[in-house]
Design a protein around this ligand. Structure first.
Ligand code: 3PG
Length: 208
């Protein structure tokens, strides 16, 4: 499953982290991002409509690979898979979740912020990890330091990242891609300005 996850995340330099309320806002947003070259999306399970949004994107925007984010429990893994998610993202890294993802045979990107958490996930077979919350936890310098003793682990830093910071993370040898919400500014979403979203997505897609 680590190889499958590596294949998914190596397709794009940036994974937009999206909190949407349902199909109405999710589908045009996904289309705009895919049009700009960002084909791997994380939909957070932080709203009532998130699972319906995943279902609608899976149906209407088949070019998109959808990760379900903010997954906190094993039952959310099953729900996200039924909705059409192709991988699972969590802000943290519990043994229960890691084992449930393995049992369900779905790629899992667990969140870690320390060497111990990263080592525990590696012991359970997860070698591609979300570094979260990237900026508050120590940013580029911290992640570079983790890479020295743990060169076999690969990270997707997320949390507090913008285009400039993304460039610096992407220059590290242990970073496969970065995640973040800066690609979809609230004002553009509110205005339904999908052209701006596509433009920002193109800039992100060109970061590497
Ligand atoms: C996440 O869920 O991964 C983060 O909330 C996204 O972080 P950002 O909004 O700071 O980019």
């Amino acid at each position: 499953m680590t190889d499958t996850l590596r294949n998914i995340l190596s397709k794009v330099p940036v994974v937009p982290v999206l909190t949407v309320h349902g199909p109405e806002d999710a589908v045009p947003l996904a289309r705009a991002l895919v049009a700009g070259g960002l084909t791997v999306l994380e939909i957070t399970l932080r709203t009532e409509g998130a699972l319906r949004a995943i279902e609608a994107i899976a149906r209407d925007v088949p070019e998109a690979m959808i990760g379900a984010g903010t997954v906190l429990t094993p039952s959310q893994i099953s729900e996200a898979m039924s909705a059409g998610a192709g991988f699972i993202v969590s802000p943290g890294s519990t043994v229960k979740l890691a084992e449930a993802a393995q049992h369900q045979n779905i790629p899992f990107l667990p969140g870690v912020a320390t060497a111990s958490e990263a080592m525990l996930m590696a012991e359970l077979g997860h070698h591609v990890l979300k570094f979260f919350p990237a900026e508050p936890a120590g940013g580029v310098a911290y992640l570079k330091s983790l890479g020295a003793p743990l060169p076999h682990l690969t990270f997707c830093p997320t949390g507090g990242i913008d285009a400039e910071k993304a460039r610096a993370y992407l220059a590290l040898s242990n970073v496969i891609c970065v995640g973040g919400s800066w690609v979809t500014p609230a004002a553009a979403l509110k205005a339904g300005d999908w052209a701006i979203v596509t433009q920002l997505a193109k800039e992100c897609a060109g970061l590497r």
